[in-house]
Design a protein around this ligand. Structure first.
Ligand code: NAD
Length: 311
């Protein structure tokens, strides 16, 4: 892939699971990429060798100096406290990173003339328990956890920066992203958690009855959406998802077979406040850019397992 115009892009959270794939796609497209990450959950080894790495917290007062020095064209904001459970236990910490940290990124971008800000948001937690299926972008926003509240707040700040200061933005609301480099120690990634356990002959525990559904989107498809988000006329909030609803029990069964594990389904208590069904529509993004998911779950799980086997 090559680009008409080489851009200078900062990717916050570019050492993390999704951010590192976005960095790879931007480097591959010929852009000049700087990763800003405090390595709290990300890993230095995830960072593309052709990108510049800066270890920094997005809440740091030094962020503005860095933006002034580098004069980025585009900022892609993936750094976040991305764990729903942590947000429930420590809502103040969640808000410090996901609201105040984001404002520091947006303000630094606005003050240094950044043309567009692209941000990772959530198509699960932002809508809450859905009124209809699949949820489009107009679905009521009723987040039931501090993480969803913070993402919604950050989206509204971006709207303020556009209305008042003319800084364009694209928000991509991901559903459940899975794929290589997802941290099995995290709480969000049921694919990574189950795959890691089953490969090692351990027994994964399914929260509740396992009939809760999610919309699983492959990380390569998400990275491609971030490349499309660079297009100058794309602006606003877009779901980035598959529209396909899959239960946690199905994920368990497929991974159980694929890993050759003979584990039985084991269920633990349901997580308090866990969403029952979550599935979104990508029609708006498709209409604006032609984006659609290319990797079906079966193939994505194969690629994910293959990447773990290589480790
Ligand atoms: N994984 C999903 O299914 C999913 C779904 C919807 C939205 N998202 C969003 O996508 C983004 C990336 O999520 P992920 O799953 O790759 O998580 P991740 O934890 O792998 O990535 C987050 C990255 O941000 C860095 N970071 C965290 N706090 C920071 C701070 N204060 N300053 C600088 N860097 C910091 C971490 O070190 C890590 O590299 C997040 O914004 C998340 O909310 C993820």
């Amino acid at each position: 892939m090559s680009v008409e115009k080489k851009m200078k892009i900062a990717v916050t959270g570019g050492a993390g699971f999704i951010g590192s794939h976005v960095v790879d796609a931007y480097v591959e497209a010929g852009h000049d990429v700087t990763v800003i990450d405090n390595l709290s959950t990300g890993l230095k080894k995830n960072v593309n060798s052709k990108a510049t790495f800066v270890k920094m917290d997005i809440g740091s007062s030094k962020l503005r100096e860095l933006f002034e020095k580098e004069q980025f064209d585009i900022v892609n904001h993936h750094a976040a406290q991305a764990n729903v459970r942590v947000s429930v236990e420590e809502p103040d910490f969640d808000a410090t990173v996901n609201i105040l940290g984001s404002i520091n990124v947006f303000e630094s971008a606005h003050k240094t003339g950044v043309k567009k800000l692209i941000m990772a948001s959530t198509g699960g937690a932002i809508y809450g328990e859905q009124k209809y299926f699949p949820a489009d972008e107009r679905h009521p926003k009723r987040p039931s956890c501090p993480y969803g509240v913070a993402k919604l707040a950050a989206e509204k700040y971006l709207s303020y920066y556009r209305v008042t200061h003319g800084m364009e933005y694209v928000v991509l609301r991901y559903t459940n992203v899975y794929g290589p480099r997802q941290n099995p120690k995290g709480e969000a990634g049921v694919v990574a958690i189950f795959a890691e356990a089953l490969r090692k002959g351990k027994q994964p525990v399914i929260n509740g009855d396992g009939f809760q559904t999610r919309d699983y989107v492959y990380v390569g498809d998400v990275a491609r959406a971030n490349v499309m988000a660079l297009e100058s006329d794309l602006t606003g909030s877009f779901n980035c998802c598959t529209g396909v609803e899959t239960s946690v029990n199905t994920i368990f069964t497929v991974l159980n077979v694929r890993t050759g594990s003979k584990a039985e389904e084991e269920h633990g208590p349901a997580m308090v406040g866990e969403q029952q069904r979550s599935v979104c529509s990508y029609k708006k993004l498709n209409k604006a850019t032609g984006w659609e998911p290319e990797v079906v779950l079966d193939d994505g799980l194969t690629q994910t397992l293959a990447s773990y086997a290589k480790k």
